[in-house]
Ligand binder design. Sequence first.
Ligand code: NAG
Ligand code: NAG
Ligand code: NAG
Ligand code: NAG
Ligand code: NAG
Ligand code: NAG
Ligand code: NAG
Length: 668
Amino acid sequence: MNPRKLLAFFFFFFFRRFSSASAENLSFDFPSFNFRNLTFLGSSHIRNGVVGLTRDLPVPTSSAGSVLYNSPVRFFDPDSNTTASFSTRFTFSFSNLNPSSSGDGMSFFLSPNNQTLGSSGAYLGLLNSSLPTLNHFIAVEFDTRQDTHFSDPNDNHVGLDIDTLISIKTADPIDQDVDLKSGTAITAWIDYKNDQETLKVYLSYSGFKPETPVLNVGIDLSGYLKEVMYVGFSASTEGSTELHEIENWSFRTSGFVPKRPTLHPHNVSDTYVIVSPRLPAPEKGHKRRLGLGLGIAGPAFFCVALVVFGYVSVRKWREVRRVKSFKAEVVAGPRQFSYRELRAATGGFHGSRIIGHGAFGTVYKAFFVASGTIAAVKRSRHSHEGKTEFLAELSIIACLRHKNLVHLQGWCVEKGELLLVYDFMPNGSLERVLYQESEEGNLLDWPHRQNVAIGLASVLTYMHQECEQQVIHRDIKTGNVLLDGNFNAKLGDFGLAKLMDHDKSPVSTLTAGTMGYLAPEYLQYGKATEKTDAFSYGVVILELACGRRPIERIPDCHKMVNLVDWVWGLHSEGRIIDAADQRLAGEFDVEEMRKLLLVGLSCANPDSSKRPTMRRVLQILSNEAEPPAVPRVKPSLSFSCGVSLSVDDIVSDCDGSLTSSMCEIVVN
Ligand SMILES: *[C@@H]1O[C@H](CO)[C@@H](O)[C@H](O)[C@H]1NC(C)=O
Ligand SMILES: *[C@@H]1O[C@H](CO)[C@@H](O)[C@H](O)[C@H]1NC(C)=O
Ligand SMILES: *[C@@H]1O[C@H](CO)[C@@H](O)[C@H](O)[C@H]1NC(C)=O
Ligand SMILES: *[C@@H]1O[C@H](CO)[C@@H](O)[C@H](O)[C@H]1NC(C)=O
Ligand SMILES: *[C@@H]1O[C@H](CO)[C@@H](O)[C@H](O)[C@H]1NC(C)=O
Ligand SMILES: *[C@@H]1O[C@H](CO)[C@@H](O)[C@H](O)[C@H]1NC(C)=O
Ligand SMILES: *[C@@H]1O[C@H](CO)[C@@H](O)[C@H](O)[C@H]1NC(C)=O
């Protein structure tokens, strides 16, 4: 075709499009992605213009995510009683650092609502495991795990699913030398032709559409296409490191070709076709003729656009590939251990090797004879609950890098057991060192205490403000602060931690944490934020300064004393320095001690808006900012909501013997 003819063809095409009231037809194209025009659900995210549907972590996780085009798309026109044909093209890749843990896969779907998000695991982020009839969808699945539950033929198949994950028809792309798990970019084309009643899926490693489809289903979708629907992608993992990424996407509907008979109203009942899979491309005389115009113009335009686009983006694409392969080499991080290795190293998980109990299980000391190293191995309880917490911990700690975090060496998921391997901390927890060891005469000296306070502030600044996704620890306490050989603080036990995207409001969850370290608003609303972490941090550094537990019984009197109230009381009387740990016998810098106590009080301010950020705390402790001004009288707290909460509700853990002066909560 010479250029002039090509131009004429384009004019013709656009003229046709715009002259024939094409308001109903929709097309969009994302050569790369940003947050515009898309709805993200679950774990889906964007990185460098690429959409990731599941969690992007170097360790096994369970997650589900979906991303949808945010405007509804018309698929049925009630006025003319016609349904649309549609075609879509997208380039995706499934990469996996640890190919032995594959699964579960991805889908392209059409759904009547914009909230479709299913469960992790085998559900491809489409189907809700507890309510399997909740979500309605027409989906093409790209499945990398064999689930006999859903009659999957193997761990590399493409299938058409309607409202259930038991496919109407499946096909194995290996027949066309395409392996979904290869890690290379794959381009998929999905074409539904309303007039031919066929849905075809093409796959290729190159950007060129092959002649023969991988999957070819004869089906009439008109009974399932709603007036408006949302289109998008979903994916899930279950304890695997598979990543599901989409690099570009274009979609269009075309031709509301008359489908349902409009001239024989009494013929209506025949038009709701029950879906029955059958062999493709039956002859359909008049419908074929009607669709012919589209049939030629559509693909021709598509091919031209593709060639132009392909040319433009070829350089960019090469760049992306280079970056990707580089990334794959650099990522090292935690490794997978075998169960045998860990069992041998812990003497068969012998009771004598137990060194502690964490939020989700027992911690053992492990000796690796081959390498001559020592590690701490956390072994989960068997319940599903434990598993969720385990995966939470694994995924969170694996994406954090900081010198004041316990270093994760690896994990093991085998024999129904979940194990985490950490660096061993010879000095145990801060709680032990501060209270037990001190009893035995090994008092933690002042410079070490200051070092712990600064180390903790540093890692919390990192978690709250500096890492890509904000992490709220939710259980900061002396028992979760471990000390290495040089008494450097290492924050551990992320069993309760939650990742949250910056700028998203924190999700309310059931209260979890430890009594004495919980901020009043956390008790009230069960909402963990960086401010509730700051409160717990405040309590920990008051413990460091005073050598007292957060809630302590006064000797020879029944009263319980709350550390924050006690220090604040001394501050009111202008003698805050009297709060310093008596056991230090004055061996500390008075001004530094005063500063630590004031920082502790300001962090433990009942009014969360008055608490400093962890970055501010770090600046104060490193003498880069002035110590905070702390009001003489502890502010009393007014909750704006009408929920009444009695002091007994809050401190039911503490023998009920607390008096109201300990927790000044004023309920409006
Ligand atoms: C949609 O586009 C096709 C050409 O692709 C055209 O034939 C048809 O009339 C359009 N439909 C509407 C409702 O505009
Ligand atoms: C996104 O939405 C804007 C405004 O609604 C529109 O102009 C733009 O074309 C859309 N982009 C895509 C890729 O659909
Ligand atoms: C879902 O669609 C409704 C309108 O149909 C809209 O009001 C709502 O904001 C959408 N939700 C999301 C998350 O896009
Ligand atoms: C499944 O449905 C229930 C009830 O609507 C809902 O609470 C739950 O969050 C859903 N699960 C997922 C993974 O969307
Ligand atoms: C379209 O079809 C429906 C049934 O499928 C029928 O009830 C309706 O009358 C038809 N509308 C027109 C405008 O022909
Ligand atoms: C329905 O329409 C077909 C032609 O499309 C005709 O052969 C048939 O007799 C009609 N059925 C009824 C019940 O009118
Ligand atoms: C989509 O991305 C792939 C891989 O980056 C590239 O090969 C292809 O040309 C892109 N397609 C379009 C239309 O941009």
